[in-house]
Ligand binder design. Structure first.
Ligand code: NAD
Length: 439
């Protein structure tokens, strides 16, 4: 659905008027196109800690220019050397001079040590303080700048490349104000960063339209064979998506009693295994709790959570998800903040977050990662159905002053799916343009 306000505000007269009235000015966000350089310009590198050398090597190998002074397209600060609050001044000194001069869709990345991994309370305190800095920069810098904090556990230095690349690139256009944890892992860096999923099989549920169709496209672009799944009623649209990505289609209602077994048999017979399992299918059946019939509660919990748990169980039991596999869920900011009229939906989506947190440690020994995205307002058929005022509020109440696109969610999922992301597990990353809801 077209965002008419954003189109107007970006026009010559619109820009002048919205500025004069102090109205939101949605910037045009830079999004990834194959073949684009990793970053749109030089990068400033600051701080001193255990990651400085690793980051320099990664930037060099990606052909990124490291500049001594701005203007720059990105600023990266290695804050792992900060051991007490007085040293936070280093963050101010590095970022303050360039607070107004990052190029549009600029990138701010702070690398820290997870507070829980610090032995010294003063170091843990200072590391935790970085969250406040990054989230505020995300709200201040504007012009499509994203700001994110990556906590890299000691010993995980070699696992950080896929994450650094994601947050530097235009793939993270709508991901801001996030805190991500990277842990130690044996990483097989992709032979080609443009095709990290070459040779992999990825299954995407709810792939006939919206976010699911975009996930199918992006994973296929990255080299995966995509198995696109949706309900039989969406069969035509589903075949369209599967054909467009040269994948295959499976018509199945994931809530059917025999769905996990039928899916497992299909995967075993056709592909032998599935490397990347993306649980994207989801529904809403909104009513306030007082007016909600039990059928509405059950339908949402079944599609959005319980059926996904059952499918995971059968696929794992039958060893159809190999070591190093990826389980990826789609939560929602409603699952973080709660939402009036969505007790069923928010419960199911908070459950998806619970699934990530409970399954990630269980599967860590096998190198299977479990993560989820939590989209905010994304322009799809689901949000086009919202009442006008709510839709407008959803679009503007975030640091980007606009809704995200399905591709923004898909790119984040592709980062989780990458073989380079073995150290990224147990994370729930919001794709919400730093929405004010639940922040
Ligand atoms: P959508 O309604 O456009 O697409 C959902 C797809 O899931 C449909 O093709 C549908 O047929 C399929 N599906 C539903 N029930 C199914 C079942 N029982 N078995 C198999 N497939 C089934 O929705 P969307 O906006 O693309 O959302 C995709 C996911 O993102 C959902 O989990 C949704 O909750 C989540 N999400 C969306 C937004 C947003 O702003 N659009 C925000 C937060 C979270």
């Amino acid at each position: 659905m077209t965002d008419r306000y954003a189109t107007f505000a970006r026009s010559g007269p619109g820009r002048a008027l919205t500025k004069r009235l102090g109205l939101p000015q949605p910037p045009r966000l830079r999004r990834y196109r194959p073949g684009d350089p990793l970053v749109a310009g030089p990068v400033l590198l600051g701080g001193s800690g255990r990651l400085a050398d690793t980051v320099t090597k990664i930037l060099d190998s990606a052909g990124v220019t490291i500049a001594a002074e701005g203007p720059a397209a990105a600023e990266i600060f290695d804050a792992t050397g900060i051991g007490e609050s007085g040293q936070l001044r280093g963050v101010y000194d590095f970022f303050q001079p360039y607070a107004r001069s990052l190029t549009p869709s600029g990138r701010v990345i702070v690398l820290g040590t997870p507070p829980e991994a610090c032995d010294d309370p003063r170091a843990a305190t200072a590391q935790r303080a970085l969250e406040g800095f990054v989230r505020s920069v995300g709200k201040e810098f504007g012009r499509g700048t994203t700001a994110n904090l990556v906590y890299v556990a000691p010993g995980a230095e070699s696992a950080v490349e896929s994450t650094l690349r994601f947050f530097l690139s235009a793939k993270s256009a709508y991901v801001s104000g996030q805190v991500v944890r990277v842990g130690p892992a044996a990483i097989t860096a992709p032979a080609d960063w443009e095709k990290p999923l070459a040779g992999k099989v990825a299954l995407v549920t709810g792939a006939a339209r919206g976010i699911g169709a975009s996930i199918a496209q992006v994973l296929a672009r990255d080299g995966a064979h995509v198995v696109a799944l949706d309900v039989p009623a969406a069969g035509d649209a589903l075949s369209g998506v599967a054909n467009a990505v040269q994948g295959t289609a499976v018509q199945l209602d994931i809530t059917a009693t025999d769905a996990p077994v039928r899916l497992a048999e299909h995967i075993a017979a056709r592909h032998g295994h599935v490397d990347v399992m993306v649980h994207n299918a989801g529904i809403t059946r909104d009513r306030t709790l007082a007016r909600m019939k039990p059928e509405r509660w059950d339908a949402v919990l079944e599609v959005n959570l319980s059926s996904q748990e059952r499918i995971n169980e059968v696929l794992l039991d039958r060893e159809l998800i190999p070591d190093g596999g990826r389980l990826i869920g789609v939560a929602s900011i409603a699952g973080i903040a709660g939402n009036r009229g969505q007790t069923n939906y928010a419960t199911s989506k908070a459950g998806v977050i619970g699934l990530v947190q409970s399954m990630a440690p269980v599967l860590a020994g096998r190198g299977i990662t479990v993560n989820a995205v939590a989209p905010g307002f994304i322009e799809t058929a689901m949000t086009a159905k919202m009442p006008l005022m709510l839709r407008e509020a959803g679009r503007r109440m975030n640091s980007m002053a606009q809704g995200g696109l399905p591709v923004d969610v898909a790119e984040t999922i592709a980062w989780f799916a990458s073989p380079g992301s073995g150290g990224v597990t147990g994370n729930v990353v919001r794709v919400c343009g730093q929405s004010l809801l639940g922040a």
